[in-house]
Every structure is written in C-alpha cells, then in structure tokens.
Design a protein around this ligand. Structure first.
Ligand SMILES: [Cu+2]
Length: 314
C-alpha cells in the first residue's frame, strides 16, 4: 500500500480562457486567481507545520502548485503563540506579502493574514526574453525567532512551491525532500521519509535546502537533466544529466523520473552525499514496488537493514 508518503497536492487549475492570439503579457494578466487557507500549527515533538485544514499541518507543508500567469491568495491562520509568516521563492509579490518583519508582513499569534503571490509567463519585449515564473520553488516562515524566521525553519515551517508552464508533464506522485540542518524533513535515519512508488510511475521530486550546512542530494539508480524540468527535450539536448546536485540553504530544484526505469523495482537510497551527513542520518529509502504494488525481492531485507543498522545515534 502506498501510504502517506506523498505530499498533499493542491490541484492546479488548467489554463483556460487564454487565446493563442492574445499577447503574452495580456495572457499573464488574464490568469486565474485562486484562494486557499493555510494553518500554521504546532505538532507533537516540537515541530510546527503548515497545513490546508485545521489539524492538518505537516512537515514539510503541502505542495502548492500554480500555473504561470495565475495568482494565488493565501489566507494564513497562525494557530501558534509565536509570530510567523509565509515567504515564497520564485514568484512575484508586493512588500506587504513579503512575509518579512522588515516589511511588517507577518502574522501575530492568532492572526489571519492574506498573502498574494503572482506569476507571469515568459514574454518577449524589445527582442529580449524575460524569464517566466515556472520552476521548482519553495516557501517558508520568515518571522519566527528572528527577523529571518530561523526558528520557524528549524521547527518545520517550509514546503514546496511548483510553478508549471503550460504543457509541462504532470507526475503520478510527488515527494518533497528538505535538507534542513542535519535532517531530512526534520527527521533522521531510520526515521527519514520512506518514499514509495510503483514501477513505471512518473515520480516528481522537489528538493529544498535550509539551515547552515552545505548539502548534496543524491538518488540511487535514477538520473535527471540539470534544467528546469529534469527532462531532456530531445536526442540532441545538450543539458548535462546528473544523479547528484548541490542543495544549499535557500536553494531548490525538482525533477521527474520514471520509478525503476531501466533498473527495476527495489529499495533505492536517497541521501546527502556529504559523507558525515549521510553517516549521521541524512539518508532515506525510495521504495519502488512492483507494478502490482507487491514488494520486490530483497526490498524487505533492505528496509530491515535500514531500520536496524543505519542509525549510529539510535
Ligand atoms: Cu548534507
């Protein structure tokens, strides 16, 4: 059974009402506006998470998705006794949606506050391409503990933000992996997230870095193109293909792989490749089940080894 490992997705609406003849700038202005409510809440064990329902907070928070050109209005409810905020990377916003104490943009304890994130499609103006908003981005607190949200980040107030471009391939399953301090999603081996998929499923990883350390994200037996989507555009696409990538504080990237393609089902590790980080617990398992959901040969034994022997500080 594929239990609980996938992040909560917010269904992204299709771009509708845009005509091919419309100027791209106008098209961006015609994007849809969607409103959601998020709740910041304390969790057992001292973590604090964002959620889409009261009592639904998780670490990391839900995957938020937008299409280029659309606007997302977030009503953030602070159900903790500390000031906090939500600050996005990669999108457009006004200073009052900055999520920073610098701009007096945060929620006092108990307060509800609206943050507005805008996106734009790429367009050509005077012969120059401007970047659109599409990318694997992220959001996080910027107000708890310090003016930079350092305490909020340590306690789990972070999540993935995906801005898709029209035509992007959509995944079957998503996983957010956050290297925060010396943890993965505020957990260490053998409690790091077990990421489960079935052979042949299109799996999307969103990797995010936070904290004070240099990290590198490595996934066993799978590789991706080092570009916006992780996919090659064709046989002559010169984009380097990698299976390991720097994941430093504040950075993020994402990619899609077909689970087990070319290598088969099995228990495949993902981990930080800084050796003393993986040795001390920054390692987890990407479990690729057989297509029918059953466990592949050897996978249970591998999990037993992970749970039994991979945690020097147990
Ligand atoms: Cu590391």
């Amino acid at each position: 059974m594929l239990a609980g490992a996938a992040a909560v997705g917010v269904t992204a609406p299709a771009l509708a009402g845009l005509t091919a003849a419309a100027a791209p700038v106008a098209a961006a202005q015609q994007g849809k506006t969607r409103r959601i409510t998020m709740y910041a809440e304390e969790l057992p064990g001292g973590d604090i998470g964002y959620g889409l329902t009261p009592g639904g907070a998780t670490v990391p928070g839900p995957v938020l998705e937008m299409w280029e050109g659309d606007t997302l209005e977030i009503d953030l409810v602070n159900n903790t006794d500390k000031r906090l905020s939500i600050h996005p990377h990669g999108v457009d916003y006004s200073t009052d949606s900055d999520g920073s104490p610098l701009n007096d943009s945060f929620n006092e304890p108990g307060e509800r506050r609206r943050y507005v994130w805008r996106t734009r499609e790429p367009f050509r103006k005077d012969g120059v391409w401007l970047p659109g908003s599409a990318g694997y981005w992220h959001y996080h607190d910027h107000a708890m503990g310090t003016d930079h949200g350092t305490q909020g980040l340590i306690r789990g107030l972070y999540g993935a933000l995906i801005v898709r471009r029209k035509g992007d391939v959509l995944p079957d399953r998503q996983f957010t992996v956050v290297f925060q301090g010396m943890t993965i999603n505020n957990k260490m081996a053998p409690h790091a997230p077990l990421l489960e998929a079935r052979l042949g499923e299109r799996v999307e990883f969103i990797a995010i870095g936070h904290g004070d350390f240099f990290h590198t994200f490595h996934l066993h037996a799978h590789r991706w193109a080092d570009n916006r989507t992780g996919l090659l555009s064709g046989p002559n696409d010169p984009t380097p293909v990698v299976d390991n990538k720097d994941l430093n504080p504040g950075s993020s990237f994402g990619f899609q792989v077909v689970a087990g393609e070319g290598v088969g089902a099995g228990a495949w590790m993902y981990h930080c490749h800084v050796q003393n980080h993986s040795d001390t617990g920054m390692a987890g398992v990407f479990l690729v089940r057989n297509a029918d959901g059953s466990m592949p040969a050897g996978a249970q034994e591998a999990l037993d080894r992970y749970y039994g022997h991979n945690h020097p500080h147990h």
